[in-house]
Design a protein around this ligand. Structure first.
Ligand code: ATP
Length: 464
């Protein structure tokens, strides 16, 4: 069998193939969807506004009992395809706090800025590069009152230890990537990996965004899923294309319809200071196309910078070709929290069923918070007892919910609303025929299965 990490034939294709995937005319986003997702999130414990009992803390969010499961599933799905299923990528969990030297070398102290403009009329602050009309304040609608842009550094600075001042300054990382670069030599030495190989990491990043907003799309504290793929310089263009295609496919494989996704290559004047080429995976959010992930060819910028600044050797010596080189880096950098929001939006559907409207999250089973729910038809102990036992048994393998309150129809709707793929109903007949009914979320079809076949039946559908 061909392993997933072998260089595929698509590498031979020209980068222009990517442009074919740009077709912004596709579906029109539902403008009401945004509010529906925010309401559902609050109502069902997916995402709460942070510090709500204190009146909230602007643009920070807490992930509730359902949201924490879903966010974890997004990260697990990413880890599964980026680390678990590949022999050429290993994982890392680097620190969030880091000294100024790292950010000096990476260029973040001088370059990690956004252009800030103030409105002289209403005092609102905006990110100039995100304004629809460059001289119009979107808050008060007055034009010609915006100041000249100033570069605003997005990094959060704090002090380590009890002494303030020079030498005690530390930064909260604004991306996880630098942790991989400064550990390149450690990881390469301990794992004996040869380029092409990658280091992957998932974790919190912090940016003092000028205009956080759109729910969890842009927050000051968020989670990233990043991978730095170190390659021989001559192979960088092919690997760049490979990762663009592979990452786009990941979203499709996990349930986002192709007509709501595109790959947008950056214009030259958009490129970051380190980039030799960048493409964004964009999703059609209710406000229009916006970024989910950036895939960049970072050249040898990062390793060269850290090698110079730290006096470290960050090269690779190829024993076969007798060549010494600084690897180039291809970086797919995604946001876990932003991706979760896109999955929620793509999965949300309101469907007419007889006289009723059912809200259903048609989530991919790997992303769904609960995989299965056990619902005894009655609270009576002769049903609730064995049904609880079944739920306990299934919980050893999958996140399994248990619900015995209200009518069964209402309970199905509650599970539909949080995307549970399967509900197992334990009824009075179960006591006689030792079988249960399994109801599928999307089709609402029901099948009767012997109790001792339930695990296998679910495994076939949930574990592939
Ligand atoms: P943007 O242009 O939206 O500010 P970026 O290009 O600066 O994003 P990257 O530095 O490429 O973002 O970060 C990689 C990914 O991390 C983004 O594609 C996004 O999914 C996520 N991300 C970046 N900033 C934020 C944020 N403030 N809140 C939530 N997710 C974020």
């Amino acid at each position: 069998m061909k392993s997933e990490w072998e260089v595929p034939a698509t590498l031979k294709r020209s980068p222009r193939v990517l442009l074919k995937l740009r077709c912004p005319s596709m579906t029109t986003p539902d403008p009401g969807l945004f509010d529906k997702i925010v309401n559902l999130s609050k109502r069902r414990g997916i995402v709460y506004p942070s510090a709500e009992i204190y009146g909230g803390f602007r643009s920070t969010y807490d992930y509730g009992p359902i949201g924490v499961l879903m966010l974890r599933n997004v990260k697990d799905a990413w880890w599964r395809s980026m680390v678990q299923m590949r022999q050429d990528v290993v994982g890392l969990d680097a620190s969030i706090l880091s000294p100024p030297a790292v950010w000096e070398a990476s260029g973040h102290l001088s370059n990690f800025t956004d252009p800030l403009v103030d409105c002289r009329n209403c005092g609102a602050r905006h990110r100039q590069d995100k304004l629809k009309k460059k001289d119009l304040c979107p808050t008060c609608g007055v034009s010609g009152e915006l100041t000249e842009p100033r570069n605003f550094n997005l990094m959060f600075k704090t002090t380590a230890g009890p002494v303030e001042g020079a030498g005690a300054e530390v930064y909260l990382r604004p991306e996880t990537a630098q942790g991989m670069f400064i550990n390149y030599a450690n990881v390469q030495y301990t794992t004996r990996k040869k380029p092409p190989f990658g280091i992957a990491q998932i974790g919190k990043s912090f940016r003092n965004e000028i205009t956080p907003g759109n729910f969890v799309f842009r927050t000051r504290e968020f989670e990233q899923m990043e991978m730095e793929f170190f390659v021989p310089p001559a192979e960088a263009p092919q690997w760049y294309e490979y990762w663009c295609q592979t990452r786009l496919q990941w979203y499709i494989d996990h349930g986002i319809p192709t007509d709501q996704l595109m790959l947008r290559p950056h214009e030259d004047d958009e490129l970051s200071h380190y980039s030799l080429g960048t493409s964004d995976v964009e999703y059609l959010f209710p406000w229009g196309w916006d970024e989910l992930e950036g895939i960049a060819n970072r050249g040898d910028f990062d390793l060269t910078q850290h090698a110079k600044a730290a006096g470290a050797k960050l090269e690779y010596y190829d024993q076969v070709t007798k060549e010494r080189y600084t690897p180039y880096v291809i970086e797919p950098a995604a946001g876990a929290t932003r991706t979760m929001m896109a999955f929620l939006m793509a999965a949300y559907e309101e469907e007419q069923v007889n006289d009723d409207t059912r809200t259903v999250l048609r989530l991919h089973h790997r992303i769904a918070p609960y995989k299965v729910a056990v619902l005894p038809l009655s609270k009576k102990p002769e049903l609730s007892g064995p049904a609880t036992e079944l739920a306990n048994e299934l919980s050893g393998r999958w996140m399994c919910d248990y619900d015995q309150t209200q009518a069964i129809g209402k309970r199905y709707r509650r599970q539909d609303e949080i995307g549970t793929p399967f509900c197992v109903t334990y009824d009075f007949e179960t006591l006689e025929d030792k079988s249960v009914t399994i109801r599928e979320r999307d089709s609402m079809e029901q099948v009767r299965i012997p109790l001792d076949a339930v695990r296998g039946w679910l495994a076939e559908r949930l574990d592939e």
